[in-house]
Design a protein around this ligand. Structure first.
Ligand SMILES: *Cc1c(COP(=O)(O)O)cnc(C)c1O
Length: 405
């Protein structure tokens, strides 16, 4: 077999991604190794997916044990790992019913179809308007890019689904003005992840809840990025006095195995009656076995409480690095728990990717969220040594960007 090279990516893949030059071949905990044996500290976590780091032994055991028993039966039959996962999700949250699927976009697609169908069942076809927010991100299906608040992700894909209104994030006044009897649902992230790691104000989420109640509309929390311990809560809504009607979860749910879920109250879930929606792979036994094991590990006080500790250690390190630069690097460190957005000061605005590239050259993997924000989403169980080594590499990356300035 010929050696797999980065050039072959361009030869055989559609050009929608532009991955880095190195190809990782192995991972363990918060470290990765590429084809050349170079080692990286991972502050990216596969975009907030690898909540337990790479190749966690308990997940490997869950996967291999299930792999020797049963992989897939479709939804013509039930399977034990799927039922067990659904039960765990209900017991750990407000939810009473679960729809299992394979990605965040699919979970959101299910949620959006459900709110339309629920309104249709209870109020008639005229109650169809979905309110969503500028800079929001909900996936890449046609419905979810339409509800998402980044116009460039929709461009050229029309005609698009209609009756979707985009409002500024955290603007209670705009929300009050836009709501009407036609509003069937609001879709919101507790922290806008892709949109720059922007925290929702508690008053904003409370206003959505209140307005949904007074207008018979449903509140969907997209917790695809914030869920499964990322914020130090199993789900971010648990940090607020706000309970949604529908919640979507994916990314860290399978710790790197593709799996997602839409959670809802039983009364709401009734609108997905027999035959109204489905997914061949949804509830796949392998995926659900891994997700069940990941959920058991993460939904413990040790792991959840460790998230804030780790954030503090990273923030302290970043502040030290920041203080070494005369003009300062960051204006703000946003987000909650281990979903962190380091907002570049005016002087560095637009250059987040330059820092990411410099970090990669120093052996540290980072993320960005737009042009001005360096995003970090490391493993929830990243050891202190890896945090410190990652910060040391980040400090060198910053020096190299500053030196080339
Ligand atoms: C990543 C993400 C999605 C999309 O998930 P996919 O698994 O890529 O389909 C949806 N919503 C939010 C908030 C996300 O961060």
């Amino acid at each position: 077999m010929p050696k797999i090279s980065r050039e072959m990516f361009d030869e055989f893949m559609v050009p929608t991604y532009s991955p880095g030059q190195q190809i990782p071949v192995r991972g363990e905990g918060s470290r990765l190794w590429d084809q050349e044996g170079r080692e990286y500290v991972d502050f990216a976590g596969g975009i907030a997916v690898s909540g337990l780091g790479h190749v966690h032994p308990v997940l490997v055991a869950a996967l291999t044990e299930q792999a020797g028993k049963l992989w897939h039966v479709s939804n013509l039959l039930a399977n034990e790992p799927a039922i067990s996962l659904a039960r765990k999700l209900c017991e750990a949250t407000f939810a009473e019913r679960v729809f299992l699927c394979n990605s965040g976009g699919e979970a959101n697609e299910a949620a959006l179809k459900l709110v339309r169908r629920y309104a249709y069942d209870h109020h008639g076809a005229e109650k169809d308007e979905i309110i969503a927010f500028e800079q929001g991100f909900h996936g890449r299906t046609l419905f979810t890019v339409s509800v998402g608040g980044q116009a460039n992700y929709r461009e050229g894909f029309g005609p698009l689904p209609g009756a979707i209104t985009h409002l500024p994030f955290n603007d209670v006044g705009a929300l009050e003005e836009a709501f009407s009897s036609r509003t069937c649902a609001v879709m919101v992230e507790a922290i806008q992840g892709e949109g720059g790691v922007r925290d929702a104000n508690p008053e904003f989420l409370e206003a959505i809840r209140r307005l949904c109640d007074t207008h018979d509309a449903l509140m969907i929390m997209d917790e695809v990025q914030t869920g499964v311990g990322r914020t130090g809560y199993l789900y971010a809504y648990q940090a607020y006095q706000v309970i949604p009607d529908i919640l979507t979860t994916a990314k860290a749910l399978g710790g790197g195995f593709p799996v997602a879920a839409m959670l809802c109250r039983a009364e709401v879930g009734k609108s997905l009656g027999i035959g109204t929606h489905g997914s061949t792979y949804g509830g796949n036994a392998l995926a659900c076995a891994v997700a069940g094991a990941a959920l058991d590990l993460i939904n413990t006080p040790e792991v959840l409480n460790g998230v804030e500790e780790r954030r503090q250690r990273i923030v302290a390190g970043l502040e030290e690095i920041d203080a070494r630069q005369g003009m300062g690097l960051f204006s703000e460190i946003r987000g909650r728990g281990l979903l962190m957005g380091c907002v570049l000061r005016e002087h560095w605005a637009g250059r987040a990717r330059e820092f990411l590239n410099a970090a990669q050259a120093e052996g540290l993997l980072l993320l960005v969220a737009g042009a001005d924000v360096i995003r970090m989403a490391p493993s929830l169980v990243i050891p202190s040594e890896d945090i410190d080594e990652g910060l040391a590499r980040f400090a060198r990356a910053v020096e190299s960007v500053v030196a080339s300035n």
